[in-house]
Write a protein that binds this ligand. Sequence first.
Ligand SMILES: *[C@@H]1O[C@H](CO)[C@@H](O)[C@H](O)[C@H]1NC(C)=O
Ligand SMILES: *[C@@H]1O[C@H](CO)[C@@H](O)[C@H](O)[C@H]1NC(C)=O
Ligand SMILES: *[C@@H]1O[C@H](CO)[C@@H](O)[C@H](O)[C@H]1NC(C)=O
Ligand SMILES: *[C@@H]1O[C@H](CO)[C@@H](O)[C@H](O)[C@H]1NC(C)=O
Ligand SMILES: *[C@@H]1O[C@H](CO)[C@@H](O)[C@H](O)[C@H]1NC(C)=O
Ligand SMILES: *[C@@H]1O[C@H](CO)[C@@H](O)[C@H](O)[C@H]1NC(C)=O
Length: 385
Amino acid sequence: MLALLLVPTLALSSAAFAQLVPLGSPGQATAGPYNNCSGTLTSRPTGTATDSLPKVSPSGSIGWERWDLTLDQPGVLLNLRWIQGDPASHASKPSNGTFELSAAFDNGTTYETRLTGQKLAFSGSSPYSISIGQNTLTWDDSQAWFNTSLNLNGLTASIATESIMLDSFLPYAGGIVGQLTKGLFCDIPVTRGRSNIGSIQFPWGEEVQFVARSILSHMFATKPLQSLAVSFGILNLRSVGTQFTDSFIYEDSRAPDTSVHNAFYLGRAESRSTGFEPYTIYASTDSDILSVSQINSTSTEAQLSGCSHTNFVPFTWNYTLLSPALELTDSAGGITKFFVSTTVSTLEPFGTEPVQVESGTALGYTYQAAGPNAAGSLLTEEQSS
Ligand SMILES: *[C@@H]1O[C@H](CO)[C@@H](O)[C@H](O)[C@H]1NC(C)=O
Ligand SMILES: *[C@@H]1O[C@H](CO)[C@@H](O)[C@H](O)[C@H]1NC(C)=O
Ligand SMILES: *[C@@H]1O[C@H](CO)[C@@H](O)[C@H](O)[C@H]1NC(C)=O
Ligand SMILES: *[C@@H]1O[C@H](CO)[C@@H](O)[C@H](O)[C@H]1NC(C)=O
Ligand SMILES: *[C@@H]1O[C@H](CO)[C@@H](O)[C@H](O)[C@H]1NC(C)=O
Ligand SMILES: *[C@@H]1O[C@H](CO)[C@@H](O)[C@H](O)[C@H]1NC(C)=O
């Protein structure tokens, strides 16, 4: 059963598969994949906890930055957003910080509350934190937990989000760490999050306890979003089995000059005698081993080629994204749509059996700039029309 998964001697003797490029600060140049299907990245790369710190100075004169913590569980989808400046404005002032919470309930009701005009405060040493008013996100060097406490407009919450994969994920379009598309930077510190401690109390008295799937993403740029991307999508697909569970993230983006980029990350947590052990399988950018195709009008198939580590058996995810659970429109008319799905089917290489069929879920979002050239994201090309 372990034969395909961890074969240290084989991994060490193969120079190509041993190539692990350390991550590091967004904006630096890097060369190629930091994990090429070796299954050897079994400890968290050090220093990645600082990638998610503010990169735009709260007292600076240009740029914008935001952190989105998206939580989904039966009954409600929540997005918590800390923003410096206005991502859609040429006159963005980072000192004008906003915290906003959006909720979409299963009965179709949506709720939004925000606090604006406050400068972001942060701690640049462990435990790290960012705050807008009394709304704080805290993490430490272990990156095992990203904890939130909120208090605004009669709403209070305390939510602990456990990151149960090893990595944070950064794309590197054009060989630049963190680049989603030219000039637009992104990292995803919580690739597979479980928000299962805590609760939120809404101003009308209703309290919701959390047992949510969650993902945290961080994005920043010096120019307005719509001048850097006409569209992008970030989707986190998860499969759940008895012997292992996988987390697959993929991103695609289109720049106004029509260049396209994709990036992906695949991590696995496997049940072993010692417990539940996570490791990274693949992470790459602009690689032709990822193919995404429309199966029919509602379903999409994403496939990653196998490699020697998986006996060349590919990984396949089929998913259907129904109407968005939540839509947010920015000040330039750009639309962010949040999608969830509980009906993902997968074929995944594992152990001595060639493939296993599992079921899974999806959580993600797409952005489309306003205007005639705003092509859809690959993730939802059919659904978004
Ligand atoms: C990564 O793995 C793929 C598939 O096995 C191989 O074609 C490619 O050359 C490898 N790339 C590097 C940089 O090792
Ligand atoms: C601060 O940002 C908010 C949200 O983008 C916006 O509504 C408000 O007008 C801005 N205030 C100033 C003074 O720029
Ligand atoms: C929808 O559900 C929310 C959350 O339970 C509740 O607060 C709201 O009153 C419901 N709305 C309707 C129209 O039933
Ligand atoms: C986050 O919350 C968890 C659960 O309450 C706790 O064990 C952990 O120490 C906290 N971590 C940080 C960085 O606040
Ligand atoms: C599309 O394909 C999926 C997966 O094969 C299938 O479950 C679904 O019924 C198909 N839908 C249509 C409209 O053909
Ligand atoms: C995905 O759909 C294709 C086309 O319907 C099918 O051949 C394949 O077996 C499906 N894979 C999974 C993992 O369900």
